[in-house]
Design a protein around this ligand. Structure first.
Ligand SMILES: NC(=O)C1=CN([C@@H]2O[C@H](COP(=O)(O)OP(=O)(O)OC[C@H]3O[C@@H](n4cnc5c(N)ncnc54)[C@H](OP(=O)(O)O)[C@@H]3O)[C@@H](O)[C@H]2O)C=CC1
Ligand SMILES: CC[C@](O)(C(C)=O)C(=O)O
Ligand SMILES: [Mg+2]
Ligand SMILES: [Mg+2]
Length: 491
């Protein structure tokens, strides 16, 4: 199998990368109709499998789970997830031959194996679906010509897919039809119905391509969403301890700080997150973010280049073949960091204190979101996609760190995201050595400018505010957030 993206002409690569249309809510007027009464079998019942299945069943669809024999025999977690929620569970042989839609929600690493096993059992004219296009785009999986291949990719961890649905809403979702596999022209209607079944239509759906989803998803998760949150956590914690801040306080400030400050991001973008700081702190965070952007830009660009060329997927797949050596070493090293090993204290930290004492964290978030967005859009990924993969998803990942630190984040995200997160982190920390030497508790651990005059130069403040507000991620984000709010009452 060859990397599918690399087999395309440059023109076709650019066309597929740039495919991104924000769909109007009226396009979902038929709801789940195209899948109503169809037999839908989900392979795998993990983070996405369970939560998508629960939503689709609540939306009136017929869902069952096909699991590998060992999972059923040993009653593994996937079996328990499905059974405890009263779903029918069976083997591939029992469930796949009668399925109209088979949804592959196993880890990306397993896709070639799973799809090769499942495909011969699928009935003529059925549909195969993915929630991430790695197997099609990076591994070049060839699917039987009579089968339709679609993708419905929620831009969120599985837990939030369910939580948002229960709130009568959903998470933004990318849908796509693989151009090589749409023999009956039914792919788009089915993908729309599936997105409606998960609640994604209420939050915003982009009609995209497998290529655009893969290249943007990999970039977001490696850099701002997971990699930089990991690097920022470790470096910020170590610095506070080095400077004598109480360890338990430092641990708490980081563990819950990302969630608190990115709540500001979720509600009103970088503008609102920065507005939560005092004027002098805002200018300081702005300057730090500018400095960080200069230092980290080449690393962000390297990640994007390696994702585009297929170098990233090639080296990750080599690690798969090598028994996951790098992944397991990196996972163990993360578990040994002082941040991971130091429990958060039970002292009170007010919401505002997380901002005031976490100016460096705000600067990490601002620089990472903007860099990820800029690097993606410079590479042909459309702004809306880049927004979902940078600003929109950062608070959702920050929530996982609040639950159980970096361990929880890396547990909840997919296997490709975990690998890419460590890869970025290990390259980024050394790059920031000199920058971190100048960092003191004024910007991490203590209240910025406490007791000092809060006056600032008006001209500078106006220029800083203008630069923050006019960044493209803010312009695109304001539009997307407005449409999400507009759609919310429909649920
Ligand atoms: N994690 C996330 O939040 C997101 C994931 N995605 C995508 O969703 C897909 C699923 O990822 P995710 O939910 O993280 O996966 P998980 O690791 O959470 O779930 C894996 C499921 O697959 C089963 N499984 C594992 N290995 C095999 C195998 N060899 N054969 C058959 N079944 C197997 C497991 O069951 P058992 O081991 O018991 O057999 C388990 O039920 C991926 O394509 C991912 O990129 C997309 C958006 C976000
Ligand atoms: C951020 C990681 C992710 O891409 C996701 C939850 O969207 C993943 O692959 O887990
Ligand atoms: Mg993702
Ligand atoms: Mg991903």
């Amino acid at each position: 199998m060859a990397n599918y993206f690399n087999t395309l002409s440059l023109r076709e690569q650019l066309t597929q990368l740039g495919k991104c249309r924000f769909m109007d809510s009226s396009e979902f007027a038929d709801g789940v109709t195209a899948l109503k009464g169809k037999k839908i079998v989900i392979v795998g019942c993990g983070a996405q499998g369970l939560n998508q299945g629960l939503n689709m069943r609540d939306s009136g669809l017929d869902i069952s789970y096909a699991l590998r024999p060992a999972a059923i025999k040993e009653q593994r977690q996937s079996y328990k997830n499905a059974k405890e929620n009263n779903f029918t569970v069976g083997t591939y042989e029992e469930l796949i031959p009668t399925a109209d839609l088979v949804i592959n929600l196993t880890p990306d690493k397993q896709h070639t194996n799973v799809v090769s096993t499942v495909m011969p059992l699928m009935k003529k004219g059925a549909t195969l679906s993915y929630s991430h296009g790695f197997n099609i785009v990076e591994e070049g999986m060839q699917v039987r010509e009579d089968l339709t291949v679609i993708m419905v990719a929620p831009k969120s961890p599985g837990s939030e897919v369910r939580e948002e649905y229960k709130r009568g809403f959903g998470v933004p979702t990318l849908i796509a039809v693989h151009p090589e596999n749409d023999p009956e022209g039914k792919g788009l209607e089915q993908a729309k119905a599936y997105a409606a079944g998960t609640g994604g239509d209420k939050a915003g759906v982009l009609e995209s391509s497998f290529v655009a989803e893969v290249k943007s998803d990999l970039m977001g998760e490696q850099t701002i969403l997971c990699g930089l949150l990991q690097t920022g956590s470790i470096l910020s914690f170590n610095k506070m301890v080095e400077k004598g801040v109480d360890e338990a306080y430092a641990s708490k400030l980081i563990q819950y700080g990302w969630e608190t400050i990115t709540e500001g991001l979720k509600q009103g973008g970088i503008t609102n997150m920065m507005d939560r700081l005092s004027n002098p702190a805002k200018i300081k965070a702005f300057d730090l973010a500018e400095e960080l952007k200069v230092i980290m830009r080449p690393l962000f660009q390297k990640h994007m280049d390696d994702i585009m060329s297929g170098h990233f997927s090639k080296t990750m797949m080599e690690d798969w073949d090598n028994g996951d050596k790098n992944l397991l070493d990196w996972r163990a090293a993360t578990g040994e960091t002082a941040f991971e090993k130091t429990p958060a204290g039970d002292m009170e930290i007010s919401e505002q204190e997380y901002y005031d004492n976490g100016v460096l964290m705000v600067a990490f978030v601002k620089s990472g979101v903007e860099l990820a967005y800029e690097t993606m859009t410079e590479s042909g990924i459309i702004g809306e996609s880049a927004y979902y993969e940078s600003l929109h998803e950062t608070p959702l990942i920050a929530n996982t760190i609040a639950r159980k630190k970096l361990f929880e984040m890396n547990r909840v995200i997919s296997d490709t995201a975990e690998y890419g997160c460590y890869l970025f982190d290990h390259a980024c920390k050394p790059l920031l050595t000199d920058f971190m030497k100048q960092v003191d508790t004024e910007i991490i651990g203590k209240h910025f400018g406490e007791g000092k005059d809060t006056g600032v130069d008006n001209v500078r403040l106006i220029a800083v505010n203008k630069a923050i507000r006019e960044h493209d991620v803010e312009v695109v984000g304001a539009r997307l957030r407005a449409s999400m709010t507009a759609m919310k009452p429909i649920g």
